[in-house]
Design a protein around this ligand. Structure first.
Ligand code: NAP
Length: 342
């Protein structure tokens, strides 16, 4: 047995949500093995968000989780219980930390993970609030950072789904960067997106792209899109850039829409490098320091009141079905957060 497994046995093991078959939402966590590795830290998870990606993964509709027997959850907040030898000196046992995982597995009472994924949670920031930040906030930050300089400093930006979980962060971050922010939303989330500072167009209006081109004198300098739609290309000015964080698709068709969208986007980049894909799990796996900086800055900004986090809608992990139902229909400005205990 390695250090991590020994440690977890000593402290009573771990429980995790396990999806045994696509489409069947587990009722509660079950006893589970830890991922192995002597170089891993162990975090006792106290809070973990549930979002659109988890709902899709449980349904069997998420490209990066093609097989069942998965534990959903890309991000967490918790307390460090164990650190391996050689862990960074700014981390300590008992410290509150947040993390995005490169692969799902956060809906568990304990998670064994690389210490380089851990970011301290600022004092004074409630763990339930901090848990709304990691995946959604980092996605918004890294997608915006992929836009060209004129879109980053003062240029106009379109955020598709501006009242959604990622969109709400993107609107605020783009505004804080000094950009002129446009967003799409339906009536459901329009007021929320406007409250965060976006000029909102109704995505159900078939002429919204023309309206946006009129408003911006020919299109925005950059756009963050999660619909995969072709029309959004026309919303971007000739030298602007389009960042795709998702590719839409009706429930049951999202895996295929993502596969097609990623291949099309990558193929188009040869002819037209204005369009790119932003996958946070991939960036967390490959650009660890960039991810940590982004998450640390977001947590600091929320703690300082410079960014508004969504209202956590709290559910005990023992009521997992209710939590997933809540996440599937979350009201704008709220985020489903699991509360976990030993
Ligand atoms: N690339 C990555 O690393 C990454 C990371 C996190 C999430 N994601 C993906 O990003 C997507 C969004 O995630 P989320 O958590 O923000 O979801 P969310 O909170 O459910 O928000 C989705 C938003 O999309 C809007 N929307 C629905 N149909 C639309 C349309 N036809 N045109 C424009 N907007 C439309 C909704 O607006 P209304 O409420 O007004 O209807 C809603 O605000 C999901 O597919 C998720 O899996 C990707």
């Amino acid at each position: 047995m390695n250090h991590v497994t020994c440690y977890l046995n000593e402290v009573g093991g771990r429980r995790a949500i396990r999806v045994d078959g696509f489409g069947v939402v587990p009722a509660a966590p079950v006893s589970a093995q830890a991922r192995r590795g002597a170089r891993r830290a162990v975090v006792r998870v106290t809070h973990a968000s549930v979002g659109a990606t988890d709902v899709a993964a449980i349904r069997g509709d998420y490209l990066l989780q093609p097989f069942p027997r998965l534990t959903p959850g890309y991000d967490l907040v918790g307390v460090v219980e164990h650190l391996p030898a050689g862990a960074p000196s700014h981390l300590s046992v008992g410290q509150r930390v947040a993390a995005v995982l490169p692969r799902m597995g956060a809906h568990a009472t304990r998670v064994a993970l690389a210490p380089s994924l851990l970011v301290p949670v600022p004092d004074g920031l409630a763990s339930a609030v901090a848990a709304t930040v990691p995946l959604d906030g980092v996605t918004a930050r890294l997608a915006l950072d992929a836009l060209p300089l004129d879109a980053r400093r003062g240029g106009s930006v379109l955020v598709q789904g501006a009242g959604g979980a990622v969109g709400s962060w993107a609107v605020q971050l783009a505004g804080a960067d000094g950009r002129e922010v446009y967003g799409t939303a339906s009536l459901r989330s329009r007021r929320h997106a406007e409250g965060l500072g976006a000029t909102v167009l109704d995505y159900d209006d078939p002429h919204w792209v023309e309206h946006l081109r009129d408003l911006t004198g020919g299109g925005v300098a950059g756009a963050v899109d999660q619909t995969g739609g072709r029309g959004v290309r026309d919303a971007v000015a000739r030298r602007g850039r389009l960042v795709r964080i998702a590719f839409g698709g009706a429930p049951g068709h999202q895996r295929r829409a993502t596969a097609t969208g990623v291949v099309t986007t990558l193929a188009r980049r040869y002819a037209d490098p204005r369009e790119l894909v932003c996958s946070v799990p991939l960036l967390v796996a490959t650009r660890r320091a960039v991810y940590r900086r982004a998450l640390a800055d977001l947590l600091d900004a929320v703690a300082a009141g410079d960014l508004i986090a969504p209202l956590p809608s709290l559910h005990p992990v023992e009521s997992y079905r209710e939590a997933v139902a809540d996440a599937a229909s979350a009201a704008a400005g709220t985020k489903t957060v699991l509360e976990l205990e030993d």
